[in-house]
Design a protein around this ligand. Structure first.
Ligand code: ADP
Ligand code: MG
Length: 341
């Protein structure tokens, strides 16, 4: 079954992915900071039982004990955005429920007892929200959610109180970044109840000009309103990025040169660091989006990004590679993946 990040989606030349996340807690257990290891294991068992019977068609759910995974497997899950870095770093008594195409991932024991996540390629907020709500309803049938009539869902951090929803869109914004316009954008969108974060969420930097925009407000606003607000701002940011591309690269030959040079290097290099790969793939993505590169697809770029992260390289070769070995393997994968470009 094709992984979600290898599928195409709406506006996917600029929108890399959409994510809906719902934070939920059970009233019968203390929050994460005070839960005992026994209670945490019980919690995992309860969530597992609640979801074991749910029918997802071909997209079957797997129940994965984080502790049984290798470090490379855990890192690979972070690279593909199935789990947060914090969840992967603290695997003890943690359960991950992952669908076959990886578009659904439910973390048990992250900041909240349960974090339901649904990912989609491109801009697909409503569809992702529908799937997340379906899973939420299934869990709600058998679990006793911590819920207050007045406040809504109770969460470990007050910033999630209410809907417990973070709707987010990952955008490729190379021109706004190049123009030094990201800070200003952050200021503007914060007035609209939204926030801009780096590639791996809270506290992370943007890599390859990938920024995520998500709702900041969860209290006193419905899920639908939050999603609609995000959707309309994202559409405007896409337009701003398109305008900035014309302003930053008024002379197309400069951009063409940068894109084709990157392709030349990726097709020929024998040693490629993770950082350089991300930056060069970002330039190819820009090239495809601008109609400069016609022999490469966005899906090929997504596949190459997914395969060349440090964790995924180690996972797929079933050994802990040294940084030098990784750089050589990465270069080989990129050459192979782009040989017809
Ligand atoms: P949360 O409040 O859910 O913890 P963060 O912004 O800290 O949100 O992000 C948590 C994780 O989810 C990070 O690893 C981040 O990369 C991933 N993530 C968030 N939004 C998206 C998105 N639109 N596409 C892909 N991954 C995302
Ligand atoms: Mg978080």
């Amino acid at each position: 079954m094709t992984k979600w990040y290898l599928e195409s989606g709406k506006d996917d030349d600029i929108v890399l992915s959409t994510r809906i996340r719902l934070a939920r807690n059970l009233s019968s257990y203390p929050f994460k900071s005070r839960i005992s290891p026994e209670q945490q294991r019980e919690l995992c068992q309860k969530v597992r039982s609640a979801l074991e019977g749910v029918r997802m068609g071909e997209n079957k759910l797997s129940f994965l004990t984080m502790e049984n995974m290798s470090e490379a497997e855990r890192l690979s899950l972070v690279e593909n955005h199935s789990v947060s870095p914090e969840f992967a770093d603290n695997p003890k008594d943690k359960l991950l429920i992952l669908s076959q195409n990886e578009d659904i991932s439910i973390m048990v024991g992250e900041e909240d007892h349960i974090r339901i996540q649904v990912m989609r390629p491109g801009l697909e907020l409503n569809e992702a929200l529908k799937t997340a709500d379906m899973l939420d309803n299934v869990l709600d049938e058998t679990l006793d959610y911590a819920f207050s009539e007045q406040l809504g869902f109770l969460t470990a951090c007050p910033t999630n109180l209410g809907t417990g929803l973070r709707a987010s869109v990952m955008l490729h914004l190379p021109a706004l970044e190049q123009a030094g316009a990201i800070n200003q954008l952050a200021n503007t969108i914060s007035k609209l109840g939204l926030t801009i974060r780096g590639t791996y969420g809270e506290g992370s930097d943007a890599k390859g000009a990938e920024y995520q925009i998500s709702n900041q407000i969860t209290l006193g606003i419905s899920e639908e309103m939050a999603v609609q607000n995000l959707q309309s701002v994202v559409l405007q940011v896409i337009e701003q990025e398109k305008k900035a591309r014309k302003a930053v690269w008024p002379n197309t030959v400069t951009l063409e040169d940068a894109v084709w040079r990157s392709l030349g290097i990726l097709k020929n290099a024998r040693i490629m660091s993770g950082k350089e790969a991300v930056e060069r793939l970002s330039l190819l993505r820009l090239g495809v989006s601008m109609g400069i590169l016609k022999t490469v697809s966005i899906q090929t770029l997504n596949a190459l990004s997914a395969q060349t992260g440090a964790g995924t390289l180690c996972r797929d070769s079933r050994e802990m590679l040294s940084p030098e070995q990784r750089d050589i393997k990465r270069a080989a994968l990129l050459r192979e993946g782009l040989k017809d470009a």
